[in-house]
Design a protein around this ligand. Structure first.
Ligand code: ACO
Length: 372
């Protein structure tokens, strides 16, 4: 009998040279390089280039790539108008989705090829930096601007968001953008592949990805984890909160557990390092202490079942310490993920293209008489 695989669990739809994950031993690599080493030693542009084009760039390749991205920081007026005109309560990721969707409407007859993709990708990376920084600005009551190129993508982004930033925060957001860049083919990347496999254009494929990212089962865990810390309020309240919510009410502890990892998420190491470095105010130190106590209790309770801390447990603490409010966390995840999604789209369409079209087993009525 034919069986279905709910959630496409354990169904493989492509080969990939991009991200290697060993969920039992907590290992993650981009094109063979350890993820934490890349986060520490490389910039977002270098790792994007690695993922998109196969190798880390030399000086000239990097400078060309950066220039092309920087040439696309100025958004066209129609995008700025959409940013201005959406209602104030619009969801941050929903705004990104809407602006990308408007751009897709004027992408007529896009033809995937190494040459065309190479031209379009820096435009997308420049545009998205500008869209996301302006989403933050609008939500904070600031005017829309054209970002000014800094030393790297991370600096350009933070300078566009905030009046003041520093090297530690730039390093932290740079690392976060790298750590979240790709994770094989989760729901959002799969959604992009389904769309790209119809040979719909690159922007439409990205819209599919961002739309799928928005759901709380996928992109929203950093926000969920941080909300727990806020609800707990003090380190002393961790144990009573855990007993009531997690043990008695059987709620899930957000920031723990993963479909693939049965041990600590390897990206956690870097996020924890930046959470330690950046938590300097009494409020930030309080949240960090709550998080550490909660992690200890969670791992003690669920570790024996293979449920350990995932990357979202600490990433919200880093985003918040950099200066971002809760409702930007998923959008920052989206900004980081664009290069990875584009790399999967081009890898699939340029090398393995086949329309993705699964089947469903019909289990409804047999033939019925039509009666009026
Ligand atoms: N807290 C408490 N129990 C948990 C948790 C958790 N965080 N995660 C899994 N479990 C338990 C489930 O209750 C279930 O128990 P049971 O077998 O007694 O019913 C068992 O572990 C298996 O859970 P599933 O949901 O079937 O496993 P799955 O692999 O589908 O879950 C998931 C993965 C959805 C991430 C889950 O661990 C979870 O909900 N975690 C909390 C949300 C979260 O942190 N998401 C972020 C994921 S990482 C990322 O997207 C970057």
């Amino acid at each position: 009998m034919t069986e279905i695989s709910p959630g496409l669990e354990n169904v493989y739809i492509k080969y990939t040279e991009l991200t290697y994950i060993d969920g039992d031993n907590g290992i993650m690599r981009y094109r063979g390089y350890d993820i934490n080493e890349l986060a520490e030693k490389s910039s977002f542009e270098e790792v994007s280039y690695l993922m998109l084009f196969g190798e880390l760039p030399d000086e000239k390749e990097l400078s060309n790539f950066k220039n092309k991205i920087n040439n696309n920081l100025k958004l066209p007026d129609y995008m700025k108008n959409i940013l201005k005109n959406l209602p104030g309560e619009a969801d941050s990721l929903g705004i990104l989705q809407t602006v990308l969707s408007a751009r897709s409407s004027i992408e007529l007859n896009y033809k995937y090829s190494e040459k065309n993709d190479k031209e379009l990708i820096p435009e997308i990376l420049g545009n998205v930096l500008s869209i996301v920084s302006n989403i933050y600005r609008i939500k904070s009551g600031k005017a829309i601007i054209d970002p000014i190129p800094g030393k790297n993508y991370a600096e350009t982004f933070l300078n566009a968001c905030f009046d003041k930033t520093d090297d530690q925060k730039i390093d932290a957001i740079d690392a976060a953008l790298i750590l979240y860049m790709d994770h094989e083919i989760p729901a959002s990347t799969t959604a992009a592949l389904v769309t790209a496999s119809t040979l719909s254009d690159m922007y439409s494929s990205l819209v599919s990805a961002v739309t799928a990212l928005r759901g709380p089962l996928h992109g929203g865990a950093a926000e969920g984890a941080y909300k727990q810390f806020l609800e707990i309020k003090t380190p002393e309240n961790v144990e009573p909160w855990f007993k009531k919510n997690i043990i008695e009410d059987k709620k899930r502890l957000i920031g723990l557990g993963h479909r693939v990892y049965k041990t600590y998420d390897p990206r956690l190491k870097s996020f924890k390092k930046y959470a330690d470095k950046l938590s300097v105010t009494p409020e930030q130190k309080n949240i960090l202490e709550i998080a550490k106590k909660l992690e200890e209790l969670g791992v003690k309770t669920f570790g024996p079942k293979g449920i350990y801390t995932n990357t979202d447990f600490y990433s919200g603490i880093v985003f918040n310490a950099i200066g971002f409010p809760l409702d930007m966390f998923t959008t920052l995840f989206g900004l980081s993920r664009i290069s990875g999604i584009l790399a999967h789209i081009t890898e699939y369409v340029e090398k393995q293209e086949k329309l993705i079209r699964p089947r469903a087993i019909y289990n409804g009525y047999d033939k019925r008489e039509y009666k009026k």
